[in-house]
Design a protein around this ligand. Structure first.
Ligand SMILES: NC(=O)c1ccc[n+]([C@@H]2O[C@H](COP(=O)([O-])OP(=O)(O)OC[C@H]3O[C@@H](n4cnc5c(N)ncnc54)[C@H](OP(=O)(O)O)[C@@H]3O)[C@@H](O)[C@H]2O)c1
Length: 251
């Protein structure tokens, strides 16, 4: 198998479970040394690291609440100390949100979701970008959501927060392009993870039925799209928004 990321170092936020964990494993499979960030799930993060090492990859687990400036900064310094540099950043950790119609949304919950989502990207990038700018090289991948462009009832906080990330990514792609740092967005549709595990089976079936490829997404499906943006196979692509949803958003 071709190793697309040989010699590269990646950090994946929120990589103890779900999409982040699958992404960490995928990037390591392609030769990247990977920092598996977690906040609370220490054992799960250790399992991701062990799975990578079992496959002869390089990985470390790094604890940080990426909504916090100091912890994000410390995380980046730790990864740079361990692996010497950072080439790829996958900003995957996002904030929880209350799924409810707008009229039942409290401002405090709405504000918290937006702040958490944006801070999770802002602080990590503030810490990572200076060395990428110096080396004139880097790939940043932000995990948004299909709901940032196609909202649905009950998801106003999530859609608003993820739209902010989309605009943030485009702004950064513009500013960082001259420094050869690419910034792209991956926008998953519904993916089976802990975050969606409480969804009724009928709803899952309904979404699968409306999806041209007739199934719900798996974390590995998203990881494949991230790998593309992380690698030089996409070296002339920046400021892009890639929906990964089995064809649901093609129209
Ligand atoms: N699942 C979907 O259907 C779907 C659809 C569209 C977009 N997305 C987006 O995809 C991303 C991942 O979602 P998921 O479904 O994989 O979630 P998940 O299974 O619930 O996993 C969330 C991950 O984020 C980590 N995390 C949460 N808060 C954190 C913080 N403050 N600092 C560091 N890590 C933190 C968790 O780590 P700990 O457990 O260690 O705290 C965990 O590893 C999110 O941005 C989400 O909005 C998901």
């Amino acid at each position: 198998m071709k190793m697309l990321l040989k010699g590269k170092v990646a950090i994946v936020t929120g990589a103890s479970r779900g999409i982040g964990a699958a992404t960490a494993v995928k990037l390591a499979e392609h030769g990247a040394a990977v920092a598996v960030n977690y906040n609370q799930s220490k054992e799960k993060a250790a399992e991701v690291v062990a799975a990578i090492q079992k496959n002869h990859g390089r990985a470390i687990a790094v604890k940080a609440n990426v909504f916090d400036r100091e912890e994000s900064d410390k995380m980046v310094r730790e990864v740079e100390r361990e692996f010497g540099k950072i080439d790829i950043v996958v900003l995957n950790a996002g904030g929880n949100f209350k799924n409810a119609p707008f009229m039942e949304q409290a401002w405090e919950d709405f504000e918290k979701k937006i702040l958490h989502e944006v801070k999770a990207s802002f602080w990590t990038l503030k810490a990572v970008l200076p060395s990428m700018i110096e080396r004139k090289s880097g790939s940043v991948i932000i995990i948004s959501s299909g709901l940032s462009r196609r909202p649905n009832t009950g998801f106003s906080a999530h859609s608003t927060a993820k739209s902010a990330l989309d605009a943030f990514a485009k702004s950064l792609a513009f500013e960082m392009g001259p420094m050869q740092i690419r910034v792209n967005v991956v926008a998953p549709g519904l993916v089976l993870t802990d975050a969606t595990s409480s969804m009724p089976e009928e709803r899952e079936k309904m979404v699968a039925g409306m999806t041209p490829l007739r199934r719900i997404g798996l974390p590995e499906d998203i990881a494949g799209a991230v790998l593309f943006y992380a690698s030089d196979e996409s070296k002339f692509i920046t400021g892009n928004y890639l929906p990964v949803n089995g064809g649901q958003m093609m129209l």
